[in-house]
Every structure is written in structure tokens, then in C-alpha cells.
Design a binder for this molecule. Structure first.
Ligand code: NA7
Length: 536
């Protein structure tokens, strides 16, 4: 048994920064990481076209002025290899690797109420005893392989986008089938199509995708932004999306615009690309009427791009509001369907019956291909936490406690699980906002709380039941006022059969969330029970 002050699970962007903070606090710490390198999401998701949908200069750490000045992002939106290179640079620059245990999977964590310690067990047999346990396990880190009959019979290669081979895959001369048209599908389809002999896309739900208009970073723009980095980062911290790229103050209401003004606004936001199309409109996610008008503009773009009208119609999303499933940000996605070597199968109209030895059978046809790509998503937000056997007070299992849906306080702590913190857990706004800024905010808040506990000789920090219930209520009441609840999305756990349908993220924006957290800290953490030696 190895003793530590802090054990962190996961060496993605949250875990790395958490480690840096704990190192600075002079506490003993180990990060336990399943992969053989840092980067988390960006370590695993190596599929062709994998790219961040937040602009790179914003999707990067802000905690070190030197780091943000010295790092050069070559493109407006960084591709996965570039982000992974950045993660490795950060690990080296801040000497993080000395405290990271790679290729080790945590299987169990149990709280000892007598000793006030967590015991953390790993697959390799190494066991740690720690005062604080911090789960930086990611919100989209447990890939979902769909329950398709016959999947094990398929004679060709099966690849999941989130488990892509490190050496890459050469599809030249190969026929490929792909299931899934969320972000991973939308990003990989254009690249696979360029390489494969033929690509068949199996689409269940058409999603809304806005072009990224990605391109090389312009030197003047980079220099200008770096000059103003401090102010831009500050603006991000007071914005809805935690991102200075979108100007909250310029937000307009679709319903208040004349039809001509709307068209101009939609076209402007379309040309800006990506999430500009979502964050520009104040009523987009609350008014079905406004949303439908914005959705129809996108459908018009799809119809204008895709030459075959039948294919265009299949690609036009019609069964959920724009943005209620996370918007995709693409490079030549719709254009790809004009290629001769790409076919689209609407599996809502013609559902998959089974996977066969040589492909896939839908109700109406047999489809043959050499390789099958699953771009089928993740057991989001709770999957990585419930996969580990986490037991708090009285041996209560987190998985069982959450069987009717997750309950957390601020997405950071769980009642009954003292001295355990979750970064980007359910109840946090992170999946709606700039994830790296969310990581920084969570990490800084947790570090401050640990620092406070250490200074006050507190041995247990635990979220209170009432505070947790109030937060859980607030989450669902806020979400119910929006259109986010109107789709079968992973936000609601709807992509996992049997998962309770509970809206998991906090929707009221980074700025609101951060100020609630700040307020809480400045008032001495009401809502938490702190057991301190001085007070016992
Ligand atoms: P997503 O967004 O969950 O997309 C998964 C896709 O796979 C989606 O089109 C699903 O259709 C489809 N899917 C999942 N299971 C099946 C089955 N059984 N049959 C047919 N189709 C299926 O995951 P991504 O990896 O693309 O993106 C996740 C996040 O990563 C993304 O939101 C960004 O934040 C980055 P459905 O829509 O459920 O009908």
C-alpha cells in the first residue's frame, strides 16, 4: 500500500492541471492513467479528421502566461495530433510525468471512515491510500459499442473512433461502412471517403453541422490575440460559453429580427462558422419557433450543397431542435455526399437487422464492406465514474446511488463520498462550454478548497445532502426551460439503453456557474460539511 495526500485518476487536460496545482501545493500525489501517454480524449480519439470544435487559441490553458505566449497553434481549429503534441509539451514543461503512473487502470476506490482515507486499487495490483481522491476521468471517455446482433461475426476489421489504432488505418482500396453521424462521424466521413474505394454511411439521426472554415492560423491574428491574451481570457471567464470567441453582448433574438435581417444574421454566423451559429442567438435554445427558423436556414444550405435531392433530404435534420444534440462542426461534410464513392443509408427508414460476416443487413438490403467504423459515441458524463467500483460511507456504491440518475453538488462532489472530487462531472457545465477553461475553473476551485481544508486542519470535506438535492433540482429546472431536453442526446443519457433519462450538464453557462462557485468559496463553503480537528 502506497500513501499519498492526493490521488488523481486520469491524465487528460483536467488531470494534468490538477497535478500541477497539487505539486505546487507541496503535497504528495500520483496520477493514475490508463493510457501510455497524457492527453485523455486527445490521446484516444485518433480517427481521421479528429479536431477540436473550439478555436485552438481559446481551447488551451490560460494558467501560464509563458505557455500561452510560446505555444504556436498552426490552425484555427487544431487537429488531434496537434492537441496531443501540446499536451505532451505541457507535461514536459511542468515536469508532470514524474508523478504519473501510466498504463494503469483504477478498478476500485473505497472510503475508510475510520482512517479517513481512500484506498485505490488498480488492475496491476498497485494499491494507494490517499486523503483526497480526484476523478479527472473525462465526460466522453467510455466508448459505446452498440448492441448490434452479429457484430462478432463480421470477418473484417471493426474500429471505434474513440479507440483508434495509434499507427493509423490505411483505407486505400478498401470498402468501408460507418455507423454514426455525430461529431466523430461528421469529422471522419470526409477523410475516409477520400481514401476508401467506397464508403457507406449508416445514419440513424441526421445532425446539424456548421462548417468550421478551418485554415492556417494567420500570423497577424495570432500576434494580435497574444497581445490581448489576458483580456481575452478574462472575457472568456465572464461569458456563457467560457470562450472569448463569441460575443455575448452581440447576441440577437431571432424572433425580433425581420425576415431580411434574419437571413443576413444567419448568413453572417454561417460564414463565421461552427458554434458562432449557436451562440449568436439568445432565443435559439428556448423558443421552438426561433429554433425552427434557424434550422430551416441550415436545411437550405444542405439542400444547396448536396446535389442529389433525395440524399439531401435524408441529411436534413427534422426530428430535434438545432443544438439540442451537440452541433457538429465540419470540413466538407455535406460536400462529401456528392462523391461517387459515397452512399448514405437512412437506417431510421430501413433499420439495421444484423451485422453479417461480410457487412450489414438492413430490412431492405444487404450491404457489403471490408471494414466497419463505429462512430457511435460514449457512455457520457457518468460512464467513466460508474465503471470504477467507488464506495463511500457505509460501503455505498456510487453506481447504485446513481441508478436513477447522477446527483452531485456543483458537479464537483457527491454526498456520502467525502474527500472525493469530480472534475467535469455530471452537474458541471463543462460539456456546454470551453472544456479547458472548465477544467481550469474546477481545478482551481478544488485546489482552493483543499488548501482551505489543510489550513483549517479539516480531515473531511463532504457535500451536504440538502445542497446536493437543491443543485440537482436547479439543474433539471434550468434544463427544462430550454430545448436541450427535446432530443435523444447523450446529455440525457438517451444513447445508452437502460440509462436513466436525466439531463446531466448545467445549462446556465460558464459565467453563472463560476460565480456560484466563487460565491460559495468566499462564504466559507456553505453546502459542504467540513470536519476540522480544531473544531472537534
Ligand atoms: P455522438 O454524438 O453520441 O454520436 C453517435 C452517433 O452514433 C449518432 O449519430 C448516433 O445516432 C449513432 N448511433 C449510436 N448508436 C447507434 C446504433 N445502435 N445504431 C445506429 N446508430 C447509432 O458521439 P460522437 O463520438 O460523434 O461525439 C461525441 C461528442 O464528442 C460530441 O458531441 C462532441 O462533444 C465531441 P443517434 O443520434 O443516437 O440516433
Amino acid at each position: 500500500m502506497e500513501d499519498r495526500d492526493v490521488v488523481i485518476v486520469g491524465a487528460g487536460f483536467a488531470g494534468m492541471y490538477m497535478l500541477h496545482k497539487i505539486q505546487q501545493m507541496g503535497m504528495s500525489v500520483t496520477v493514475i492513467e490508463r493510457g501510455d501517454g497524457v492527453g485523455g480524449t486527445w490521446y484516444w480519439n485518433r480517427y481521421p479528421g479528429a479536431r477540436c470544435d473550439v478555436e485552438s487559441m481559446s481551447y488551451s490553458y490560460s494558467f501560464s502566461e509563458d505557455l500561452q505566449q510560446e505555444w504556436v497553434w498552426p490552425q484555427r481549429y487544431a487537429a488531434q495530433p496537434e492537441i496531443l503534441r501540446y499536451a505532451n509539451h505541457v507535461a514536459d514543461r511542468f515536469d508532470l510525468r514524474r508523478d504519473i503512473l501510466f498504463e494503469t487502470t483504477v478498478t476500485k476506490a473505497e472510503y475508510d471512515e475510520e482512517a479517513k482515507r481512500w484506498t485505490v486499487q488498480t488492475e496491476t495490483g498497485r494499491t494507494f491510500r490517499t486523503r483526497y481522491l480526484i476523478m479527472a476521468t473525462g465526460c466522453l471517455s467510455v466508448p459505446k459499442v452498440p448492441e448490434l446482433p452479429g457484430l462478432d461475426r463480421f470477418a473484417g476489421r471493426v474500429l471505434h473512433t474513440a479507440h483508434w489504432p495509434h499507427e493509423g488505418v490505411d483505407f486505400s482500396g478498401v470498402t468501408v461502412g460507418i455507423i454514426g453521424t455525430g461529431s466523430s462521424g461528421v469529422q471522419s466521413i470526409p477523410l475516409i471517403a477520400k481514401q476508401a474505394r467506397h464508403l457507406t454511411v449508416f445514419q440513424r439521426t441526421a445532425n446539424f453541422s456548421i462548417p468550421a472554415w478551418n485554415g492556417p492560423m494567420r500570423a497577424e491574428r495570432e500576434a494580435e490575440m497574444k497581445r490581448r491574451y489576458g483580456a481575452l481570457r478574462q472575457r472568456a471567464r465572464t461569458s456563457y460559453a467560457g470562450d472569448y470567441t463569441y460575443a455575448d453582448e452581440d447576441m440577437v433574438s431571432i424572433l425580433e429580427l425581420s425576415p431580411e435581417e434574419r437571413e443576413l444574421q444567419f448568413e453572417k454566423r454561417w460564414q463565421e462558422g461552427g458554434f458562432h451559429y449557436q451562440y449568436a442567438f439568445g432565443d435559439l435554445m428556448v423558443s421552438e419557433q426561433a429554433n425552427e427558423i434557424a434550422a430551416e436556414f441550415v436545411r437550405g444550405k444542405i439542400r444547396a450543397t448536396v446535389k442529389n435531392p433525395k440524399v439531401a433530404e435524408i441529411l436534413c435534420p427534422k426530428d430535434h431542435p438545432l443544438g439540442s444534440k451537440r452541433l457538429c462542426v465540419d470540413s466538407e461534410y455535406y460536400e462529401t455526399y456528392n462523391r461517387d464513392n459515397v452512399s448514405l443509408i437512412d437506417i431510421k427508414a430501413d433499420p439495421i437487422v444484423e451485422i453479417t460476416k461480410s457487412g450489414l443487413r438492413t430490412r431492405e438490403a444487404d450491404h457489403r464492406f471490408d471494414a466497419l467504423v463505429l462512430a457511435t459515441g460514449f457512455d457520457a458524463m457518468t460512464g467513466a465514474l460508474t465503471k470504477i467500483d467507488i464506495r463511500g460511507r457505509g460501503g455505498v456504491s456510487l453506481k447504485e446511488q446513481w441508478q436513477d440518475g447522477p446527483r452531485t453538488y456543483l458537479g464537483l462532489a457527491v454526498a456520502g463520498f467525502p474527500n472525493l472530487f469530480t472534475i467535469n462531472g455530471p452537474g458541471s457545465p463543462s460539456v456546454f462550454v470551453n472544456m479547458i477553461l472548465a477544467c481550469e475553473q474546477h481545478v482551481e476551485w478544488i485546489s482552493r478548497l483543499i488548501g482551505h481544508a489543510e489550513a483549517s486542519r479539516c480531515i473531511e470535506i463532504e457535500a451536504g445532502d440538502e445542497a446536493q438535492e437543491a443543485w440537482t433540482r436547479e439543474l433539471s429546472e434550468s434544463a427544462d426551460k430550454t430545448l436541450y431536453v427535446k432530443a435523444n442526446s447523450w446529455y440525457l443519457g438517451a444513447n445508452i439503453p437502460g440509462k436513466p433519462r436525466i439531463f446531466m450538464p448545467y445549462v446556465d453557462g460558464f459565467h453563472t456557474y463560476a460565480s456560484i462557485c466563487e460565491n460559495m468559496a468566499s462564504k466559507g463553503y456553505p453546502g459542504f460539511q467540513l470536519s476540522c480537528l480544531d473544531r472537534l
